[in-house]
Design a protein around this ligand. Sequence first.
Ligand code: CIR
Length: 266
Amino acid sequence: MNRTGPVTCFDRAIVRAPAPSVVGGLRAIDRGDPSFAGVVAEHQAYVAALGDAGLKVTVLPPLEAFPDSLFVEDPALVFSEGAILLRSAATSRADEAAAIAPFLRAEFDRVLELPGPGFVDGGDVLVTAGAVLVGLSSRTDRVGAEALCTLLARLGYHGEIVATPAGVLHLKTDCALLDDETVLTTRRLAASGLFRGRLRELVTPQGEEAAANALRLNEVVLLGRDFTRTAEMLAAAGYSIVPMPTAEISRIDAGLSCLSLRWRGT
Ligand code: CIR
């Protein structure tokens, strides 16, 4: 198994249980609503996988008023040094940061807040060993990204603003850090040159682009279970794969990073 470094090493996580309203979650293309029971089952499998990977998981209560609130990665960023509350450009998600704030204030001594008028979703933020990459997208604008870089500096991190390919929801829709030196990426994101000279790239096979929203946790990589060719590629490269069900959450444009906030607390 390839080396896990500080940016893929975690012992704590926060998730939020899905509410029945999740069936009306945001999506770019409507391929039918997910089933509530199916989302619950996928979420439970995810929480179990986090525990198996060695993380202590706090499960927050469901929020019926916020269909997408199980995707806790978007309203906040967390680091060992503190948390940052973000601002979502999606109207239906705008108040999720306020909803998660009390839990973050209970966990972290330092909780910073992204000032307006800019917007950032956590799905656009890829923490690498060298820099925190902030992808511009329909959810993250330049004003928000610049404000975030200022806050990151206060926590001791170097933020860098990068581009997300047109039509891609979030930067991490198309990539996941596999270890300090390696990123799993789609061909279209790799083509932007973003990772050149920074990270070794493993590119998802054609037709398995959605596999790129994977999640490295300590000794394992959580990967959507339908992506068998990506699993073979990662196994051949020395990674230990945990196949995860994602058919229901993928109907509302979600993958594996967005279901949790992860950090090293000790
Ligand atoms: C949304 O459009 O906001 C949700 N339906 C999906 C959010 C996925 N978040 C992520 O990948 N970080």
